[in-house]
Design a protein around this ligand. Structure first.
Ligand code: BG6
Length: 490
């Protein structure tokens, strides 16, 4: 039985839905120089070298620009995030549809470069500030609570190019200013905030490189994380000072890890995978200090962090109020030779014979969500929110315009059932925001055809379409779920 004040809704991110990438003074983010891709081919980041020759890097964010090169939009490529689903100009219509479903909460993010186009300015771009104020006011009109991510994969490109991004301590100060601006400008309109989206990806993604990830890559990843932890802690403190009503959460990419065998070596590897992938970030953000195992993780890769006494004090004083996370899949780890591997975007490891997989290779595992909720509630005893969960799938529009998506309904139903069991177990769950409640550009592949939404958007992978919105079968189903407080899942 969910709490009486449980909030049901959906989630999005600015870079994947707003579009209007160069409108009203917005500056660029890395996502604006990232091309489309697919399940089998990486997205690319484009640049021009010092002699004016175009070039590309793999879009996983780990490539370094050649000396003297700069990021650039190139003519021969398509950049799906430029227009997103044009939420910038459709937000009233989109929010009305969400209200029709009965949404009580809507997760979105603020594009940092819309407020601070370069990232290092003293004062914000007023047009940007106004846009989000209008969106929040529109949400409030329908009693929809905004849940706002401050940073969702879109650090201003200028900061990446001129400061080396989060490798530079100065970013903390720039983020402080951005966060303070948001808390001040939107006081009274927004009370639920998240600091960095899937903060743990920085280290977890390195695991996808297998043995090819170098010590240098780990050094950079752990250092970036440290600066982000400090920036997140500052944001929590400032947010509370500006408005004691503010509730601020971390945002962890939640994956449930299982050992493939009962070999004690697999059991130990599994524990260490949880520590590195999930607990490392959660512990710092929820407990305000690095866990004991951090030293082992740093030593493994000869990592030496720039970390001051003041940083450690700040971490302690800036613990988050809630543990908030995304959940899509579980993963299997083993020290044994893997005969059957998972293949997909951002999925790795051995295949789990007890599960089925999505068309993008993600393990469908509702029980894993319950496992995760119970395990993490036990660890931190903080209120929780599932702020992303959903199924990316191919949808077919019928002749009459209807869209039948029973696979999406099945996926969501089974996950909600498991959430319910976790709640019965005692987990204090505040909200559920289904990812991509309206179709948007996939972060991993840049595709439109990897659709998550209750609301269909008429746009394809080449950017063609009317951008018209329509209701899928799941739209009506979720409306019933919300109206019944999560009881009616048929
Ligand atoms: C999460 C991100 O990793 O997963 C979202 O926070 C993302 O931005 C979502 O869109 C689903 O991933 P994908 O690759 O299917 O878009």
């Amino acid at each position: 039985m969910f709490r009486k004040d449980f909030m049901w809704g959906g989630a999005t991110a600015a870079n994947q839905c707003e579009g209007a990438w160069n409108v009203d003074g917005r500056g660029m983010a890395k996502t604006d120089v990232t091309t489309g891709g697919s399940v089998n081919s990486h997205r690319l980041v484009t640049y021009v070298d010092k002699d004016g020759k175009p070039g590309t890097l793999p879009g996983m964010g780990n490539g370094t620009l050649p000396e003297g090169a700069h990021y650039a939009v190139l003519e021969d490529y398509y950049y799906p995030n430029h227009d997103g689903i044009d939420f910038y100009h459709h937000y009233k219509e989109d929010i009305a549809l969400m209200a029709e479903m009965g949404f009580q909460i809507f997760r979105m993010s603020i594009s940092w470069s819309r407020l601070f186009p370069r990232g290092d300015e003293e004062t914000p771009n007023e047009k940007g500030v106004e846009f989000y104020r209008n969106v929040f006011t529109e949400l409030r009109k329908y009693n929809i609570e905004p849940l706002v991510t401050l940073s969702h994969f879109d650090t201003p490109l200028y900061l990446e190019e001129h400061y080396g991004g989060w490798n530079n301590r100065k970013l903390i100060g720039f983020f402080d200013r951005f966060a303070k601006t948001c808390f001040t400008e939107y006081k009274g309109l927004v009370k639920y905030w998240l600091t960095f989206n899937e903060i743990n990806n920085t280290v977890m993604f390195l695991e996808l490189f297998g043995n090819t990830a170098t010590d240098e890559m780990y050094q950079s990843a752990y250092q970036q994380l440290h600066y982000q932890f400090v920036a997140s802690a500052h944001a929590v403190k400032t947010g509370h000072e500006i408005d004691p009503e503010n509730q601020i959460g971390c945002m962890i990419c939640g994956i449930t890890f299982y050992p493939l065998t009962s070999d004690p070596k697999d059991i130990m590897l599994n524990r260490h995978t949880w520590e590195k992938g999930i607990f490392y970030c959660g512990d710092v953000q929820c407990k305000g200090k690095y866990p004991t195992f951090a030293k082992r993780l740093w030593d493994e890769h000869h990592v030496r962090l720039d970390m001051t006494e003041q940083d450690l004090k700040d971490l302690q004083e800036g613990c988050v109020d809630m543990y908030t996370f995304s959940y899509y899949m579980s993963t299997v780890v083993t020290t044994h030779e893997v005969t059957e591997k998972v293949s997909g975007n951002f999925s790795a490891g051995a295949k789990n014979p007890y599960l089925t997989y999505s068309d993008w290779g993600w393990a469908l595992d509702p029980v894993g969500l319950r496992y995760y909720l119970e395990m993490l509630y036990d660890r931190y005893e903080k209120p929780m929110m599932v702020v992303e969960n959903g199924l990316g799938a191919y949808d077919k529009v019928e002749e009459d315009g209807s869209i039948h998506d029973p696979y999406r309904i099945d996926y969501l139903r089974e996950h909600i059932k498991e959430m319910d069991l976790a709640v019965k177990e005692g987990v204090d769950l505040l909200a559920y925001t289904m990812w991509g409640c309206i179709d948007l550009v996939s972060a991993g592949t840049g595709e439109m055809r990897k659709r998550y939404g209750f609301i269909y958007v008429d746009k394809d992978d080449e950017g063609k379409g009317t951008y018209a919105r329509s209701r899928k079968d799941s739209f009506y189903w979720f409306k019933k779920v919300i109206a019944s407080g999560g009881e009616d899942l048929d």
